[in-house]
Design a binder for this molecule. Structure first.
Ligand SMILES: Nc1ncnc2c1ncn2[C@@H]1O[C@H](COP(=O)(O)OP(=O)(O)OP(=O)(O)O)[C@@H](O)[C@H]1O
Length: 584
């Protein structure tokens, strides 16, 4: 993206002073100090020399007359005091002088106290020296538009200002608006501006939704502020190409309001909670995340998906290690338990490596995505159901919290961001949250966290235009930004799915010959995607009639156990391929 960087500098004082025609517009303070003062007083001096000589005699006469008048008045006052108090002349003079001195001292004391009180005002208000200097033409030039907006919004103090040589404005491409990069005065940080984002937006003639304030570089004083010329996402951004996704530092899933890619920088650092009313764009955004994750990780990514009924996620059914379309708690619970077991296995492998002084093994990245999770936490209120729910809440919270450490990232979605729908114990484990359009503050707090509105520069999701689907607030635990989920064309998604499928097949083909690979070949020959243990056993040389023993022997040979399905105990092709990939 090519942008033109323009430095906003007020005209340097020299340039302005070189234009005598503008004298009338120069404030009195400026004229009184710089070369303007020389020009003005020079002219006055020539014109008034004669006047000064004529008026000198008149001044002397006037001052003498005034002196005589003053003496007469003082003598009169003293005579009146002497007469009233019946004192002699020396006593009257001494008493009057003493009273005047006492009154003068009292006035001095009162003035000192008043000055001391004023000196205790906040630093923001008292640090006016540089501003006065600048206004007077001695300090660095000020950036007027920003200064006025920041002072009016109380982001900086009255006497403070933004220096012109410390501010840059960059017009955004496609006339989207402007990006302001500037330093706030010493003693303040970008947070002072972020906390007043709405007011600053207003002062610049924009809305809060069109304004984004972030920390700039290199210091806390640096502000990076974007102000859009029109409502965000008025025009859609083009979805990124495969190359752009690979070049992005992380896994993208959305565009920022200026069209940059926004994503999870590292899957190992945060689970994601996505909430928003129905048809607001949760699935579209999540599909973008899965697509980009596959592009970034390739066949190294293991995806587990569950949704109430076959819907948006079914696109990835063939690629997923496990895909379920069920709103039954038991199914969700079984997935959580399976992943907790994986988590436990990975911990043990890590500990073993540690004990043997080997480097920690690299685990395949797991992405677990559950749509409409609220459905899985319902309970009919019976004693048993309450107990089951408590267990599920504990297990799923643990998976979200601890999964990250061993490469398991959880994404949960809900269209019911109400306090009771998804238990708070589970919600609290999510560091990253996205709230698409919701109508109330309560829902926003459920989606983004109860303390969200006390954070740096919160954006109220209800302010978003509900007609722009996919728009949401992304909160990474520290700061929020307005984003819009990427909407990939179906063709692009299918291309990615086919590419990963082909790469997985190649990897399995290239893997060493193992019993798992033999089992896969048998299933391919038979053209089935499920095989019962009792059919697979003899093919692999296990002739055991006891189903329990057969299962155990198969597990030992294949290093993956059979599953109980409605077709009996046996192996799914996807599970075996997964096992083959893990071995490769
Ligand atoms: N970023 C986007 N750009 C354009 N259209 C979008 C975007 N995100 C979502 N949409 C459109 O909005 C509609 C709803 O999207 P989606 O199915 O993702 O919403 P949802 O919140 O998952 O809905 P539900 O909760 O009912 O499952 C779809 O028609 C989708 O194409």
């Amino acid at each position: 993206m090519q942008t033109r960087r323009v430095t906003w500098r007020a005209d340097p004082p020299q340039t302005r002073q070189a234009d005598p025609a503008s004298t009338a517009e120069i404030p009195e303070t400026t004229r009184a100090r710089g070369p303007f003062r020389v020009l003005a007083t020079g002219r006055r001096r020539d014109m008034s020399k004669k006047k000064q000589q004529v008026s000198a005699g008149e001044d002397l006469y006037g001052q003498t007359a005034g002196g005589i008048g003053g003496l007469a008045v003082v003598f009169g006052i003293l005579a009146a005091i002497k007469d009233k108090l019946g004192l002699n002349w020396p006593a009257t003079v001494l008493l009057t002088a003493g009273t005047l001195v006492a009154l003068g001292y009292g006035a001095w004391q009162a003035r000192s106290r008043l000055l001391a009180l004023l000196a205790k005002e906040p630093a923001q208000k008292t640090s006016t020296a540089p501003a006065q200097d600048a206004a007077a033409g001695d300090g660095p030039a000020r950036e007027e538009q920003l200064t006025q907006a920041l002072v009016a919004s109380k982001a900086i103090g009255r006497g403070q200002y933004v220096r012109a040589d410390e501010s840059v404005v960059t017009p955004l491409p496609h006339v989207l608006g402007n990006r302001y990069e500037f330093k706030v005065p010493v003693g303040l940080t970008y947070r002072h501006v972020a906390a007043k984002a709405g007011e600053v937006a207003g002062a610049l003639g924009a809305t809060r939704l069109r304004t984004q304030v972030e920390r700039g570089e290199p210091s806390e004083r640096d502000v990076d502020m974007t102000v859009l010329a029109q409502p965000p996402f008025t025009d859609p951004f083009t979805p990124p190409t495969r190359e752009m996704i690979l070049a992005h530092d992380g896994i993208p899933f959305a565009h920022s309001m200026t069209g940059e890619l926004v994503g999870i920088d590292d899957f190992t650092k945060g689970a994601l909670f996505v909430a928003g009313m129905t048809q607001t764009g949760k699935s579209t955004l999540t599909i973008a995340l899965i697509t980009c994750a596959y592009i970034a990780y390739g066949p190294e990514l293991d995806v587990y998906l569950i949704e109430g009924k076959p819907g948006a996620l079914v696109r990835f059914e063939k690629l997923a290690v496990r895909y379920e379309s069920s709103s039954r708690t038991a199914v969700f619970d079984s997935m959580v338990c399976e992943l907790l077991q994986k988590q436990q296995d990975r911990y043990e492998l890590d500990n073993e490596a540690m004990r043997e002084r080997r480097p920690k093994p690299r685990h395949r990245q797991i992405l677990f995505i559950a749509d409409e999770v609220a459905d899985y936490y319902v309970s009919d209120g019976s004693k048993e159901a309450i107990k089951e729910k408590a267990r599920l809440v504990k297990n799923s919270s643990e998976l979200v919290r601890k999964g990250l450490e061993c490469g398991i990232t959880v994404v949960m979605m809900t269209q019911r961001p109400s306090d009771r729908a998804v238990p708070v114990e589970v919600r609290d484990q999510f560091k990253r949250r996205i709230c698409l359009y919701v109508s109330g503050k309560g829902s926003a707090q459920v989606a983004l966290g109860s303390d969200y509105f006390k954070t740096e520069s919160p954006i109220h999701p209800a302010l978003m235009d509900a007609s722009i689907q996919g728009q949401g607030v992304y909160f990474d635990g520290v700061a929020s930004k307005l984003v819009r989920g990427i909407r990939f064309k179906d063709d692009f998604i299918w291309e990615v799915v086919d590419d990963i499928l082909a790469r997985k097949e190649k990897r399995i083909e290239a893997a060493p010959d193992t019993p798992v690979k033999k089992a896969i070949a048998i299933m391919h020959e038979r053209g089935v995607d499920f095989i019962r243990s009792k059919d697979l056993g003899p093919e692999l040389g296990i002739h055991e009639s006891n189903p329990g023993k057969l299962g155990l022997e198969l597990k030992e040979l294949l290093r993956v156990g059979p599953e109980a399905t409605n077709k009996g105990r046996g192996y799914k092709l996807t599970a075996l391929k997964q096992a083959a990939l893990s071995d490769s």
